[in-house]
Design a protein around this ligand. Sequence first.
Ligand code: GLN
Length: 488
Amino acid sequence: MDLCDQPIHALHRQRLEGAISTAEIARSVLQRIDAVEARLHAFITLNTDAVLPAAQAADRRLAAGETLSPIAGMPIALKDIYVTRGMETTCGSRILQGFVPPYDATAVERLKAQGLNLVGKTNLDEFAMGSSTENSAFGPTRNPWDTERVPGGSSGGSAAAVASGEALAALGTDTGGSIRQPAAFTSIVGLKPTYGRVSRYGMVAFASSLDQGGPMAKDVRDAALLLGIVAGHDPRDATSRDVPVPDFTACCRPELGRLRVGVIRGLQALGEIDPQVTAGFAANLQTLRELGAEIVEVDLPHLDYAITVYYILAPSEASSNLGRYDGVRFGVRAKGVRSLQDMYEATREAGFGPEVKRRIMLGTFALSAGYYDAYYNRAMLIRDLLREDFRLAFERVDVIASPTSPVPPFKLGERMADPLQMYLIDAFTLPANLAGLPGISVPGGFTRESLPLGLQLLANHFREDQLLHAAYAFEQATTHHTRRPPLP
Ligand code: GLN
């Protein structure tokens, strides 16, 4: 296996033993980018010139006897929704083209403090709105497992980069599934932390009460490692919670113990599930059972409302958050206009893509005086009921398991004509965002056509330790995470 195909913790061990250097790791990643990026288009901005020097700097520090962070000098990518000082941040939108932020997001700052070697900024659905990365203004990313198919979204660029060895790991963001679903589509690990666990400061807002950043990695231990770095209280984000950050890598123990795993009664009622997804999930449960888990059915009576509630609340928050893109403060400004009003309209008309416009209109409508009670307020009430459903379920179980996505990776263009078909993809992931719960997707197997499937686990608030423990034990009992995609 090439160095760029290995997880960070394994590479770090080898460099401490003197078997390899960080520079060799960097060269392996750079060669892979040369080989596959033209076909995959995982990145919006590449920072390749800086990758080898940053790796060599880590090697010098190691040679000088310094204790290195496992991530120091290791090529890592960031979804292009994290602001980066001095490096363009577009959110996959034309409206932010040319925007060079004057500061770093807190998560980025924390990675830099550990010696981040930034490979580049990865492609995404415009403002993270989508499930396939086809909504990027800069063209879609392709799935390394089958380049005719989507890598999922909205963090599809990060997922494709990690799966194909163009980066060792990445950060994504998840508002309704955007870390977990692309992780499932590319057979990597994606973790959405508890709302409030990771600072949102400098993570460009889509729907503020749902957004949460987290790691996308080649295995569970790397996800635990990265989470430990980016997690923790940040006074610059008022919703960031001041709770202790345990050593998450210590949760990576192969024996499962007496874990109670909940499966949701009536999950099929949420919409069509591909038979190969159902079969893969049954096999995943069998693995958990063999590890000693007790499988318990749980009821989440308000789950069928989740998609409806999400597609009222997320667009409502988006319509407010995106009001700042007015041509005055960030990015592009329309020229040749006659008035201020004209300038606003022309900037937004040219700057936003169709999905973003659709969300702004939906949200503005739901928040308008005549409809606020009928839509926004009612959705907020149901959100509380769903939260309560989960609270009761977690009195009986430690984690809740489901497939990450009802379908395997689909073909480019297949779901673009009908937005509703795209929205339905999030049925299993977005309930966790509405309830603020942590969730992880781990490689769960493959279809007959060798397309990846994901197993999703959810845990109670701030129980990432249980999530990582269950995910690690599952991962170690399988070989799915060791398989790599064919090179395009
Ligand atoms: N696919 C969902 C949406 O379009 C979720 C996206 C996300 O998690 N950022 O809103």
